[in-house]
Design a protein around this ligand. Structure first.
Ligand code: ADP
Ligand code: MG
Length: 313
């Protein structure tokens, strides 16, 4: 089928595509981890036009830790750290995917591009008044009263918290559309995008972190994606997750998903935004949304595994 008529697939990778639970996260480990999901992405790229987005939690945490260990007198603002991780992870995904594409067919050259992506947020977003998103290292004993930023006690200990505002629009949406129309595979919106607010005609970076699942769903809507796949380290969305009646949901209607979100079945900061992202995508006319494991992306696209979120009640 000519590429212009092919469906567009947006694949949103969690941080676990690079660092699996329990690993130290060395660079060779991260490259190795990327191979399996990206070999699947390479095969899917023969059938679909492809956009890849990704998380950056552990990588941004690592940069913050380095900054704090060095007693840096000129700490970099979060928007710069997000930009740095877009470059770092974009490079790792792009080069690994390029190799996988080459293995598949050395005669076909598929152009790839990693794009620094800005995502607009509202300065009036209530999230700025109540930062909730933990980032960076766990603080040492007695550190929390003296650090110059808001902190919160999490299950792991005291951590810095930042605002996680709603994404409003992806600044480069037109460029991304043009690139996929021209046959590029596009890697973008890493870590939820570089958060910016509009100041007159210019954009200004802000200290915040945008949820990558919600930014990906917005990108999917703005670019006109057909299939939205959120790949993570579990097989899909479960009911009674971790409990005695744990059960994987094969299919979930948007209204049932909203009901379960309200009831707290999918926690904020982990499964909650994935389910909400899929719900928003199908409610705005998107054709298919799936949550699946990074190991089973092709089987999920084929409809055999994962949690499908469908429009309706
Ligand atoms: P990612 O890095 O892919 O965004 P997250 O850690 O944010 O991954 O979210 C995936 C995690 O959500 C799983 O590892 C799982 O522990 C957790 N989780 C919480 N509630 C559920 C649920 N109801 N169903 C499935 N996973 C859940
Ligand atoms: Mg997450």
């Amino acid at each position: 089928m000519p590429r212009a008529q092919r469906e567009t697939l947006l694949l949103a990778f969690g941080g676990n595509a690079l660092i699996r639970k329990g690993q130290t996260g060395t660079i060779p480990e991260q490259f190795e981890n990327l191979r399996l999901p990206l070999s699947q992405a390479a095969r899917l790229a023969q059938e679909y036009r492809l956009i890849i987005t990704h998380g950056n939690g552990p990588q941004v945490g690592d940069l913050l830790l380095r900054q704090e260990c060095c007693g840096d007198s000129l700490p970099l603002p979060l928007e710069i750290l997000v930009a740095q991780t877009q470059g770092q992870i974009g490079y790792m995904i792009e080069s690994t995917l390029d190799t996988e594409l080459m293995h598949l067919d050395p005669l076909v050259h598929r152009p790839l591009v990693s794009l620094l992506s800005y995502v607009v947020v509202r300065p009036s977003d209530p999230a700025f008044l109540h930062p909730t998103k933990p980032i960076g290292p766990v603080l040492g004993e007695g550190e929390e009263p003296v650090v110059p930023y808001p902190v919160r006690k999490t299950a792991k200990g005291w951590r810095r918290v930042v605002a996680s505002p709603e994404p409003v629009t992806i600044v480069e949406k037109q460029e991304i559309r043009q690139l996929i129309d021209a046959g590029f595979i596009v890697i973008c919106c890493g870590g939820g995008g570089i958060p910016v607010v509009r100041e007159g005609r210019r954009f200004c970076g802000v200290d915040a972190v945008i949820d990558k699942d919600l930014a990906s769903a917005l990108l999917a809507r703005e670019v006109g994606v057909d299939l939205f796949v959120v790949a993570t380290d579990v097989a899909g969305a479960y009911l009674d997750y971790g409990g005695p009646d744990e059960r994987l949901l094969a299919e979930l209607t948007a209204s049932k998903a909203r009901e379960l979100l309200e009831a707290g079945a999918f926690p904020a900061g982990s499964m909650g935004p994935k389910v909400l992202a899929c719900v928003r995508f199908v409610e705005s006319g998107g054709a298919r949304a799936i949550i699946c494991s990074i190991e089973e992306i092709e089987a999920a696209v084929a409809g055999r595994v994962g949690t499908r979120i469908v429009a309706g009640g």
